[in-house]
Design a protein around this ligand. Structure first.
Ligand SMILES: [Zn+2]
Length: 322
C-alpha cells in the first residue's frame, strides 16, 4: 500500500488520472473533462478532484500516496520539474502566464507533486511498461491534436536542454503550410488533428464535398475527433482519404529524417489518431518512412503504443521515483 503513486495526464480536452502500484499496474483511475472556462486554479481543482476519485477507487487517501506525477502540456522547459511552475500552456483556459501548479496540487492532495512534460512521460511509460519494453532506444510519436515526440537514448530519457523531441515541428516542407506554432512547413501543419480540421473546414466552405462535418453533427461532437476521422475513412470520404494520406506522408518524412539523425531501435506511435489508426496505417507509414531512410535495409521496429489512453497518467506516476 505504501508504494502507490498517482499520475495525472493533463490534456486539452480531458484530465486522466491513475493510481499505479510499484509494478506499474493501474489500481484506480478516473477521467474528467478539462475545464474550458476559468483559469489555472479551476484546472488545478479539477485535477485534484479527478485524482481523488481514482484514489477512492484504489481505496487509498491521496495523502498516503508516495507522490503524484503530472504530465503537463507546454514546452518541457516551461513545465519546470524542480519548481512545478507551468507557463504558457496554450491549450488550457487563460493559462498564458506562470502558475505554481506543483505547490497548488501538493496542498490539495497532501503529498509530493512532480511535474513533467506530457509527451515525454508517455514515452517513458511505453519504454518501461508498454510497446517499447524490449528496446534500449526509441522515438515516441504522439499523433493527436498536435504531433508530439519523446526520446529514450541508451535506456535514458533524452530531454536535451529541456525542449528535445519536438518532432511535430520538424520541417517536412520548406515554405510549406502554416503550422499552429506560427512557422511554416512543420510536420504538425500536415498531420496534427487541429491543422487537418482547419484544412477540411476551409475546403468544405469552398464547396468541396465531404461527410466529415455531417458526421460531426450526427455524433454530436464539437470537433473532428479521431473517431469522426475513422468513420469518414470507413465511408471512403474522398477529402478524408486525401488528408489522411498527406498526414501519413508527412509523418513518414518527419520520422524518416529523425531516424537518419538518431538511428533508434524503435518508433512507438501513440496519441488519439496514432492509437486509432496505428494498425491500419502502419504499413503505408512504414513505406513512406522507408523512402527517406539513408540506411534502409535496417529500418526501426514500428509499434503502436500499448498503454492506450492511460499511458500519459502511468508515465506521470513514474516521475515520482525519478
Ligand atoms: Zn510548427
Amino acid at each position: 500500500m505504501a508504494d502507490l503513486r498517482g499520475g495525472i495526464d493533463l490534456g486539452g480536452t480531458k484530465i486522466q488520472t491513475a493510481i499505479v502500484d510499484a509494478e506499474g499496474k493501474v489500481v484506480g483511475e478516473a477521467r474528467h473533462p478539462t475545464p474550458t472556462e476559468g483559469g489555472p486554479e479551476d484546472v488545478a481543482e479539477a485535477m485534484a478532484a479527478a485524482l481523488r476519485e481514482a484514489a477512492d477507487e484504489a481505496g487509498v487517501e491521496t495523502s498516503a500516496l508516495k507522490g503524484v506525477g503530472v504530465g503537463s502540456p507546454g514546452d518541457a522547459d516551461d513545465a519546470d520539474e524542480k519548481t512545478g511552475v507551468v507557463s504558457s500552456a496554450r491549450n488550457l483556459p487563460d493559462w498564458e502566464g506562470s502558475f505554481p501548479l506543483g505547490e497548488n496540487l501538493k496542498e490539495a492532495l497532501g503529498t509530493e507533486v512532480k511535474i513533467g512534460n506530457d509527451v515525454q512521460v508517455a514515452t517513458e511509460a511505453e519504454f518501461h511498461l508498454g510497446a517499447g519494453k524490449e528496446f534500449e532506444s526509441l522515438l515516441g510519436v504522439f499523433w493527436g491534436t498536435g504531433v508530439g515526440g519523446g526520446l529514450i537514448l541508451g535506456g535514458k530519457p533524452w530531454l536535451g536542454r529541456g525542449a528535445a523531441g519536438e518532432i511535430g515541428h520538424m520541417v517536412v516542407k520548406q515554405d510549406g503550410a502554416k503550422c499552429p506554432c506560427g512557422r511554416r512547413g512543420c510536420l504538425e501543419a500536415y498531420a496534427g488533428r487541429k491543422a487537418m480540421e482547419a484544412e477540411a473546414r476551409e475546403r468544405h466552405e469552398d464547396g468541396e464535398k465531404t461527410d466529415l462535418f455531417k458526421l460531426m453533427e450526427k455524433h454530436d461532437k464539437p470537433r473532428l475527433t479521431s473517431g469522426i476521422w475513422e468513420r469518414a475513412l470507413d465511408h471512403e470520404d474522398k477529402l478524408t482519404e486525401e488528408l489522411i494520406e498527406h498526414a501519413v506522408e508527412a509523418l513518414g518524412t518527419g520520422i524518416g529524417s529523425a531516424i537518419n539523425l538518431i538511428d533508434v531501435e524503435a518508433v512507438v506511435l501513440g496519441g488519439g489518431l496514432g492509437i486509432r489508426f496505428g494498425e491500419r496505417l502502419m504499413e503505408p507509414l512504414t513505406k513512406e518512412m522507408g523512402k527517406h531512410l539513408f540506411v534502409n535495409e535496417r529500418p526501426p521496429a514500428m509499434r503502436v503504443a500499448s498503454l492506450g489512453d492511460l499511458g500519459g497518467a502511468i508515465g506521470a506516476s513514474l516521475l515520482v521515483s525519478r
